[in-house]
Design a binder for this molecule. Structure first.
Ligand SMILES: Nc1ncnc2c1ncn2[C@@H]1O[C@H](COP(=O)(O)OP(=O)(O)O)[C@@H](O)[C@H]1O
Ligand SMILES: NC(=O)c1ccc[n+]([C@@H]2O[C@H](COP(=O)(O)O)[C@@H](O)[C@H]2O)c1
Length: 195
């Protein structure tokens, strides 16, 4: 979920895991107008509620994100080099790709590609508070959290559960270090079980 601690956890994992790349879903938001002149290029819809609909799958270019994932799948080593990730030649040939995002489990073509699916959650009040302290490229207009962000979070999570998508829930209220060690251990175990 938004402000669950995804970026923080991802950055910690990136430092600890060899040959590890990341793709951020935020990089795939479709273009939006920042001024009326640019209106024709605006691909973010405005809902009946008056809010720009940022938190729906249609606002993200998921095809482009999938292509980026496929580029990694076809050559992790080349991908790592192109993204400035140093490839350790002495380490095992295992490569890891982290996808970091708030709507990763609602786009079918990606669903079967994941080895592990983690889902960080925090309670409503904490999420709202953390969000209020964030500064996004496009600032939240007043009322966006309750009017759009939270309802969309609930809707997509409900759908994900109804579709039987299995995830490992992580308690985003735990200290950063604890979350890091929990997930690192889980990744290491899943790698061991594969070999
Ligand atoms: N485990 C944690 N406990 C308390 N605060 C956290 C924790 N993880 C992240 N934060 C804080 O919450 C905010 C959102 O974190 P961030 O990692 O950017 O979330 P996300 O990428 O999920 O939106 C930041 O201010 C960050 O410092
Ligand atoms: N990166 C952007 O261009 C942009 C613009 C508007 C809103 N957002 C917000 O980003 C959130 C997702 O990012 P986080 O998971 O990091 O919070 C969404 O809830 C969305 O409302 C991002």
């Amino acid at each position: 979920m938004t402000n669950g601690g995804k970026t923080t956890l991802t950055n910690n994992l990136l430092k600890a895991l060899p040959n590890c790349c990341v793709i951020h879903q935020d990089d795939f938001f479709k273009p939006a107008a920042w001024a009326p002149l640019f209106q024709p290029q605006d691909q973010i819809a405005v809902g009946e509620d008056g809010f720009k609909q940022w938190d729906v799958l249609e606002s993200l270019d998921m095809e482009a994100m999938l292509s980026t994932v496929q580029a990694w799948v076809s050559s992790p080593r080349k991908f790592a080099r192109a993204h400035g990730v140093s490839v350790r030649l002495d380490a095992s040939d295992t490569h890891i790709l982290i996808l970091e995002g708030f709507l990763l489990y609602s786009y079918k073509p990606l669903l079967d590609l994941y080895s592990r699916r983690y889902f960080l959650t925090v309670p409503y009040e904490e999420c709202k508070w953390r969000r209020s302290t964030r500064s996004y490229a496009v600032p939240d207009p007043p009322g966006l959290f309750d009017g759009h962000v939270w309802p969309m979070y609930q809707k997509y999570k409900r759908e994900m559960e109804a579709n039987g998508v299995e995830v490992v829930y992580l308690d985003g209220m735990k200290p950063r270090e604890e979350l890091f060690h929990q997930v690192l251990e889980d990744i290491q175990n899943s790698l061991l079980n594969r070999s």
